[in-house]
Design a protein around this ligand. Structure first.
Ligand SMILES: Nc1ncnc2c1ncn2[C@@H]1O[C@H](COP(=O)(O)OP(=O)(O)OP(=O)(O)O)[C@@H](O)[C@H]1O
Length: 316
């Protein structure tokens, strides 16, 4: 019965991801060797939907990421493969199980809290403090270092792909959504050959100038996405209401020509300067960039509660 319901959904609702009708029904049980009972939808992107579920044996609350087999099955396979390789990374959700049900593939992973795009919108000022922004940046730099060390680039770092942990992990931030990742470095240390033209990947608001220009991207381009994300979190982006991609690129160029940050202060100006001097195949200086973020704070304490802590407990 449940299986039939899933197949019908995939067939009759051509919209993707969060725009589509729910892929899974509350109460349905998925998994063969292990069983998980679906509770409710907690997120959705362009392709997939994320549900909260319970592992019926261990009673552990988990997240289920589901994608229709019909949308590019390679995406979820790639995501699973990367999550498994990053199993020991502190800023990547743990993967527990994977499988298929009817017309859908799914991954069972660690349940996280809200993403920081949502959390920012719940702030009175619709922005985070310098300290919170710096903590987000430093934790994401650690996560990106772990991803890059494996030879992958994420290619879609943005506030909605950064989630807060829950329970005992609520002071940890996690990078999600590896559906657009690409391996650029092989295990022997060599880089995949540069393509003369690379089609656009990522989200226009956050991507690097190189991505706008359809150039081959590297490790540093993930950090450019992080830089624009941090700027949005702390004081907003001048191109937030611009839809045209070329226009966004033009305004980004203008901003970088004379970069100043109203809230982060003078030290933050060095952050894009360092990125500008980092080549596609260079290993970014994660520690130096983290040091810059720390130096923007009056006091830095990564063990303190985040400013959204109260809200997120209620929100879930
Ligand atoms: N493990 C998780 N636990 C709780 N919520 C999650 C988890 N993973 C993702 N989410 C939430 O679901 C949203 C969508 O997830 P994700 O980006 O992985 O989906 P997607 O369909 O691949 O999106 P996109 O179209 O951006 O590639 C995220 O913004 C996040 O808020």
């Amino acid at each position: 019965m449940n299986q039939l319901h899933c197949q019908q959904n995939a067939e009759y609702y051509p919209e993707r991801g969060k725009m589509a009708a729910p892929f899974l029904e509350t109460g349905m049980i998925i998994g063969l060797k292990r069983s998980f009972q679906v509770e409710k939808m907690v997120g959705g992107g362009g392709f997939g939907q994320i549900y909260r579920a319970v592992d019926l044996e261990s009673k552990l609350v988990v997240a289920v990421k589901v994608e229709p087999k019909s949308t590019d099955p390679g995406r979820i396979v790639l995501e699973l493969n990367i999550l498994v390789q990053l199993a020991h990374s502190s800023h990547i959700p743990k993967v527990y199980y994977s499988g298929e049900t009817g017309a859908f593939n799914f991954i069972i992973m660690q349940l996280l809290g809200s993403n920081i795009a949502e959390l920012r919108k719940f702030q009175k000022t619709r922005s985070f403090s310098v300290e919170t922004t710096a903590r987000v940046g430093i934790q994401c730099l650690e996560g990106l270092k772990q991803i890059h060390t494996l030879g992958y680039i994420h290619r879609d770092i943005k506030p909605s792909n950064i989630c807060a942990g829950i329970g005992g992990h609520k002071r940890i931030l996690y990078i999600v959504d590896f559906g657009m990742a690409r391996r650029i470095r092989l295990p022997d240390g060599s880089f995949r050959p540069e393509r003369p033209y690379a089609s656009f990947r990522g989200t226009s608001r956050y991507v690097s100038l190189a991505a706008h220009e359809r150039k081959e991207t590297g490790f540093v381009d993930d950090i450019w996405c992080l830089f624009f994300s941090l700027l949005e979190l702390v004081e907003g982006l001048p191109w937030k209401n611009i839809a045209d991609q070329d226009q966004v690129c033009f305004v980004k160029r203008q901003l970088l020509a004379n970069f100043q940050s109203r809230k982060m202060g003078r030290n933050f100006e060095m952050f894009p300067q360092i990125l500008e001097h980092t080549k596609r195949t260079d290993i970014p200086d994660y520690e130096r960039l983290s040091g810059i973020l720390k130096s923007c704070c009056v006091s830095f304490n990564d063990l303190e509660e985040f400013e959204w802590d109260d809200h997120d407990e209620q929100y879930r």
